[in-house]
Design a protein around this ligand. Structure first.
Ligand code: ATP
Length: 269
């Protein structure tokens, strides 16, 4: 009851719709409870950065929200609908409103960039090839790849291009919410900063909501509107970067006020 009141207040204070709402989520493997009664809101139009020490369950949470892992208990609402309670048809409609960029891109190596982008279109829509080609061309442009990238295979692309191609695929169905699993890992600092800029641009131009698991302090400082910290099997702290800098929870303090973070704070003024 108290939680429900707090949730309502939180949403009202933010004045925005909660596009993903997780309540009392418990997930475990055998005796290993990874997430215990976890609560989380992602608000429409925000970039939420999700951090936490290695092994705290960031991937498990993302995979559970995407229904790739089963939950023990709790509710997950996407765009106000609870997966468990809707028809198969509505479930498919909900799936179409989500995009995912897995770590390392995870493109199909035997398919060109254009064909990769068309995979979700083939899975969910019945469109003529010409229209799919036009849509793929638009997505390629949207993520800042050259038109020639369309007919290239993943092995012919740089790490940064693979991330962009994977993002284009995640955007294939014009989702409301995209999940990015460590999108800047493996990129050099310039490539990572460019990718961050792209994410911010897409949020601004498409009104996209972004759920980003990241270890990248630069991303957390430069593009995330809010940050959620996972620890002790739940969301330990959530708020703006200023909230993180003011937080005295030991892990948050060492992460956001460590040597590397201090250098970034100086950079970002
Ligand atoms: N399929 C699985 N079967 C059993 N245990 C699992 C499975 N997937 C994850 N775990 C366990 O869940 C815990 C959380 O793992 P998870 O990969 O979510 O951590 P993480 O926070 O994403 O870590 P990192 O930052 O290193 O990627 C770990 O103890 C891991 O061993």
């Amino acid at each position: 009851m108290v939680q429900a009141v707090m949730d309502k207040q939180f949403e009202q204070a933010a004045g925005r719709e909660s596009i993903l709402s997780v309540r009392d989520l418990t997930v475990g493997f055998g005796d290993n409870i990874v997430l215990d009664k976890l609560n989380l809101d992602v608000l429409r139009g925000e970039i939420l950065g999700f951090v936490g020490a290695s092994g705290t369950g960031k991937s498990v949470l993302m995979r559970t929200v995407l229904r790739l892992l089963p939950k023990r208990s709790g509710t997950i609402k996407i765009l106000g609908a609870e997966y468990d309670k809707v028809s198969e048809e509505e479930r498919i409609a909900l799936d179409m409103r989500l995009g995912v960029l897995f770590q390392h891109g995870a493109l199909f190596s035997a398919l060109t960039v254009r064909e990769n982008i068309q995979v979700p279109m083939r899975e969910y829509l019945d469109l003529p090839q010409e229209l799919m080609d036009e849509l793929a061309r638009l997505k390629i442009e949207l993520v800042g790849l050259a038109p020639e990238a369309a007919e290239k295979y993943p092995s012919e692309l740089s790490g940064g291009m693979i991330k962009r191609a994977a993002l284009a695929r995640a955007l294939a169905l014009d989702p409301d919410l995209v999940f990015l699993d460590e999108p800047t890992s493996g990129l050099d600092p310039i490539g990572a900063a460019e990718f961050d800029e792209l994410i911010a641009k897409l949020r601004d131009t498409l009104g996209l909501t972004v759920y980003m698991v990241t270890h990248d302090l630069d991303s957390l400082f430069s593009v995330c509107d809010r940050i959620a910290v996972l620890g002790q099997k739940r969301v330990l702290v959530e708020g703006t970067i200023e909230d993180m800098l003011a937080c005295d929870e030991p892990w948050v303090k060492s992460y956001f006020r460590g040597k590397r973070a201090r250098a970034i704070v100086r950079e970002h003024g």
